[in-house]
Design a protein around this ligand. Structure first.
Ligand SMILES: [Zn+2]
Length: 276
């Protein structure tokens, strides 16, 4: 299928294209990167991947908005810690910790993972793809550096919402360290960053500025959590994570509680239920 066929595809570099996710890559869609005639990084672009065939899909992590169209590929690659979540609904369900409610996120077929990779691996797909393991958002979350030029950030997504860590395999300390790891590599002169959601970010200084702001969100959330706990108040439902809980509230309330609990654990905080 000729590249020009896809209106939402734009050229980032020789043979490297952005396949923008539907609705500008907003959840439940995600941006993908196509290495022409070779591989696709993630497969959550929705209708912008319709009719598409590719030899290999390389997943950044196991979440539905990045793996939904894995079956259009002959083979799927994923990090060794996320492979099971990518290919197996039971493992996917376990990591969400939502029981049967998780089915609201699943309107696709799970596809087998053929190869796993690790931090530091170099994948050769007509381009050099360096695997950078960046756990936190999921245990096996990875970013990919393509030809030392284009950084696919996946769900270190630099959104104004900030980092998300509502599943059981998420970890706040890991997430913070992963952002620092990414900053170091970007600092070596990367000029193009492609987040899993939202617009491409160009310019080394601008990417670093956005990463700093994103990182700061953890600490802003923690300040507010400390404040509320010191007043004996439960920080859940106070707009610290979700300004307004999306529907279904039961599901998003669960994510918010998980995220706040992870901070409280990290800060060594406990809620005093006696209220004194
Ligand atoms: Zn994700």
């Amino acid at each position: 299928m000729p590249i020009g066929f896809y209106v939402e595809v734009s050229k980032l570099d020789k043979n490297i294209y952005l396949v923008e996710g539907e609705n500008r890559g907003r959840y439940p869609f995600s941006n993908c990167i196509l290495i022409k005639d070779s591989c696709l990084l993630d497969s959550g672009a929705g209708k912008n991947l319709q009719g598409f065939k590719v030899e290999t899909i390389v997943n950044s992590h196991w979440h539905e908005d990045h793996i939904a169209k894995n079956c259009i590929a002959d083979e799927v690659f994923a990090h060794e810690l996320d492979a099971e979540g990518v290919e197996n609904f039971e493992e996917f369900k376990k990591r969400y910790g939502l029981g049967e409610l998780v089915k609201i996120f699943v309107n696709f077929e799970f596809c087998k993972v053929h190869e796993v990779f690790q931090d530091g691996d170099v994948l050769e797909f007509k381009s050099r793809i360096d695997v950078i393991h960046t756990p936190g958002h999921s245990a096996g979350h990875c970013c990919f550096l393509i030809n030392d030029k284009i950084f696919y950030l996946a769900d270190i997504d630099l959104s104004s919402f900030g980092p998300w860590y509502g599943c059981l395999d998420c970890d706040v300390d890991d997430f913070i360290n992963s952002i620092k790891k990414v900053k170091k590599i970007i600092g070596e002169g990367v000029e193009i960053a492609v987040p899993g959601h939202g617009d491409v970010i160009r310019g080394n200084e601008e990417i670093l500025r956005r990463l700093d702001g994103y990182l700061q969100t953890f600490f802003n959330r923690e300040e507010r959590i400390k404040e509320l706990v010191s007043l004996g108040e439960d920080p859940v439902g106070k707009g610290i994570i979700y300004r307004k809980l999306p529907e279904p509230k039961g599901v998003y309330g669960h994510f918010e509680r998980i995220m706040i609990e992870k901070h409280m654990q990290r800060l060594g905080l406990k809620l005093d239920h006696e209220g004194n």
